[in-house]
Design a protein around this ligand. Structure first.
Ligand SMILES: CC(C)(COP(=O)(O)OP(=O)(O)OC[C@H]1O[C@@H](n2cnc3c(N)ncnc32)[C@H](O)[C@@H]1OP(=O)(O)O)[C@@H](O)C(=O)NCCC(=O)NCCS
Length: 240
């Protein structure tokens, strides 16, 4: 379907079910999950391990072919943690794997296929154990990680910086720069004086935002009939 033919009431029911699924199956997997979350197709997101905190207004988009996976595999029971700030975006295929500590700031955007890990998981010479050194990863507020960017052990990325598509970050990145390549190097400086419009700004008033989107849905979908939607599903025509 090129046009959303779902009746308004059906979409509302679907959104309610999606919210219920997230609260029922995913929220208990976190130490805390903030309000106003949007998990799209939450049945393709997996959250495993202890000490996982996700702030409010998280937008997590998963697909059957590109699951979102957030996992802590600590050295001992109840060790290791992942803290994710407010207003974060995770696109399909995002994977965050912590051995000891991964901290992600507010408003961080993760594009499709981003991978963040704080461990190599195997030693260079001892392939049976992870390194005894702890190498936490810290990602500052408003960082943007491009398509298939990889952030490896021990890295700190300063606020507002951008990691270009397919970059592999092996060393610390200062604030307000663009890094690219493998290994990632600074390719551009950003001017913080210009100011950034961030996801924190976008979600400043989540109630009004939700009302706005509900109004748009109502306007766009209210005229859709149940029978025509059903017909589009089983008997689609060009132009549907
Ligand atoms: C990071 C990004 C936003 C920077 O855009 P920009 O500021 O217009 O950057 P420019 O095109 O001026 O590139 C600056 C330099 O970095 C290089 N560069 C940019 N992206 C690169 C990449 N992914 N890998 C390697 N080099 C890259 C450019 O070739 C250029 O090098 P030069 O100065 O030697 O010519 C953009 O390059 C990018 O990666 N976009 C993808 C974003 C994405 O994944 N979106 C998905 C939805 S969230």
């Amino acid at each position: 379907m090129r046009i959303d033919r779902r009746p308004y009431w059906y979409k509302k029911a679907y959104l309610r079910f999606r919210y219920w699924y997230t609260e029922h199956f995913l929220a208990p997997a976190c130490d805390s999950l903030g309000d106003y979350h949007t998990f799209m197709k939450p049945w393709y997101t997996s959250i495993s391990g202890p000490n996982i905190v996700i702030g409010r207004c998280a937008t997590i988009v998963s697909e059957p072919s590109s699951r979102v996976e957030i996992g802590v595999w600590g050295r001992k029971d109840w060790e290791g943690r992942i803290e994710i700030g407010d207003n974060v975006l995770m696109s399909p295929g995002t994977r965050i794997s912590a051995s000891d500590e991964i901290i992600i700031g507010n408003g961080v955007m993760m594009a499709h296929g981003v991978y963040i890990t704080d461990s190599d998981w195997h030693g260079i010479y001892d392939r049976t154990e992870r390194s005894a050194n702890k190498t936490p990863v810290h990602i500052g507020n408003n960082v943007w990680l491009g398509d298939r960017a990889t952030v490896l052990k021990g890295v700190t990325i300063g606020e507002n910086s951008i990691v270009a598509a397919c970059a592999v970050v092996t060393r610390d990145v200062p604030a307000n720069v663009v890094v690219a390549g493998n290994p990632a190097v600074v390719v551009k400086n950003l001017d913080p004086e210009k100011g950034f419009k961030t996801r924190d700004d976008y979600f400043a008033d989540p109630e009004s935002l939700a009302r706005f989107f509900d109004g748009v849905d109502k306007m766009v979908l209210e005229g859709n009939s149940f029978w025509n939607w059903l017909r589009c599903l089983v008997w689609p025509r060009r132009g549907d």
